[in-house]
Ligand binder design. Sequence first.
Ligand code: COA
Length: 155
Amino acid sequence: MTDIVFLRDVTESDLPIFFEQQLDPEATEMAAFPSRDRDAFMAHWAKILADDSVIVKAILFDGQVAGNIVCFEMSSKREVGYWIGKEYWGKGIATKALAAFLDHVKTRPLYAHVAKHNTGSRRVLEKCGFTIVGEDKGFPDVRGQEIEEFILKLG
Ligand SMILES: CC(C)(COP(=O)(O)OP(=O)(O)OC[C@H]1O[C@@H](n2cnc3c(N)ncnc32)[C@H](O)[C@@H]1OP(=O)(O)O)[C@@H](O)C(=O)NCCC(=O)NCCS
């Protein structure tokens, strides 16, 4: 066993793991992003995997699927996003995964939208060189409240 974090292409067998990871209520609260039911989740991932403009990787830690990391286009800008399963939090995995992803994805600038209360994710981005360049309002959450977000940029 090693503490190595590495990225590889996503396979079909990763999807049930990602599905479980995005169901966690603490994670959805952090990300201010609602979980999808199984059908919606699988349809969403089928679209992601079929879209050549999306770069997506599974994050492996100790050989286990710890999460995923993605780069996609939104409003003509390249955005990054990631999700780590709760049992893997606090081990530096997101930071190492994002650093490795940034070596692989050379496009700059890159952007990220982060809920203002998501201190962990903001820290991950800042440790990898992103800085806050603005603010935005995200989609209303499950309680119908608008989400205040920071916009971060690299390059
Ligand atoms: C946010 C998230 C990606 C962090 O992943 P992680 O692997 O635990 O992060 P790391 O271990 O690399 O931590 C990086 C830094 O953030 C800090 N951090 C992590 N989680 C934190 C939290 N909940 N509160 C405060 N700081 C936190 C760590 O202490 C570390 O800082 P340090 O090096 O100064 O000590 C993970 O909790 C997650 O996937 N959450 C749900 C989905 C989500 O929020 N995705 C991002 C949407 S923008």
